[in-house]
Design a protein around this ligand. Sequence first.
Ligand code: S3P
Length: 460
Amino acid sequence: MSAVDTMSHFEVKPIRTFDVALEVPGDKSMSHRAAMIAGLASGTSKITGFLPSEDCVNTLGAMQACGVECQVLEELPEFGPVAMEIEGRSMKLSPSLRPIDCGNSGTGMRLLAGLFAGQDFSTELFGDASLSGRPMGRIIRPLGEMGARIEALGAKEGCAPLKISPGELEPISYVLPMASAQVKSAVLLAGLFCQGVTEVVQPALTRDHTERMFEAFGVKVGTDETGLRITLEGGQVPKAREFHVPGDISSAAFWVVAAAARPGAKLVIRRVGLNPTRTAILDAIERMGATVIRRPAADIQGEPYGEIEVHGAHLKGTDLLPEEIPNLIDEIPVLAVAAALAEGTTRIRHARELRVKETDRVATTVTNLRAMGAQVEEFDDGMEIVGGRPLKGAEMDSFGDHRIAMAFAIAGLFADGPSRILNTECVRTSYPGFDHHLAAVCREATEETDYQLPTRAPQA
Ligand code: S3P
């Protein structure tokens, strides 16, 4: 039996050494925004490094359903486009013939709602069972204040499907009740269609890819010195350009933990995004005792990227700071795995938002940590983990959540015996090729390696 079975579950065996160099696929947050902003722009944009995952392919499909032409230049077979030319529609899309499927993606649905709110036709957005249970009131309220007409038609109150009818949009000043880049971005996208200045004030810094990508496409965005207050003058039309999406630091995080928690291990990840609103995971791992060397490349297109090198250590527990939480929210499942491997206590609090992700990630992370014998206490807003006990190999569910599947595949590399992660198809939503990377790491754990995401399907 191979170390990793790639059907719909992962069989993971513990490894003893780790010396790996790899590139991870393109950033998910940036890929969503690139498809949307290039589709709204005037002129033809060339996007490279696009993440060909289900979530981003659905967003691109939504734009295509509304008349955006896309010519694929390079594809990852069985997944989707990696490089393409997108012919922008100068802000005016045409109605989709059918409801638009956002799949599993909260980012896709919430940002598209902001974008479609400004169109002069009706659109219906729907998603899978997980997305149909996630709160949409958080975007319906501010977009409604702007004059958008959005109905939540789901069986669960305030949830998808969403019906968006045309409305005259007015700019607002909106104080975000939660630190959410998705809500901020939905309001800013709708703000493009208003006359006047839209303002968003966030309670903590959240990822700023929308602001950076707007600027890269020639749309001026104002940010005050705290970074918390963002303003946008409506009526600006993005101008087409070439944009390269760097690797996703949230995908890199799995390998960062795989290296960081193993004394003597070494990891190099090339061409990964190093946007400072996304790198708190590296700060936390450093505080836990691993060495992280960052080699930033010249800042391209407003999105910093570069190489990171990680050297493993005997980790110790840490307390996550409240202001760090939005900055590493997607990395918490794998950080919790690092915490279980670290001596002492790690406190992850102020993270209630984790409960409304693809799964309730407080519950799913705690369930799987306990299955592996870790000591963890669950709180309404997070968890406390007392680490240092050896992890037991276990059979665990992904619960249909890509980040839970990958986090516990990494945990399995440190267990006292084999582990099995069930329902791993969901990994397609963010990390095509994870199974190949995992198999390569397991197979060649003791050799000098240089892995690249295969651009062709592996031969049977
Ligand atoms: C994202 C923002 C975050 C994050 C999500 C992607 C984005 O969500 O969890 O995976 O691309 O804007 P919130 O902004 O809702 O916290």
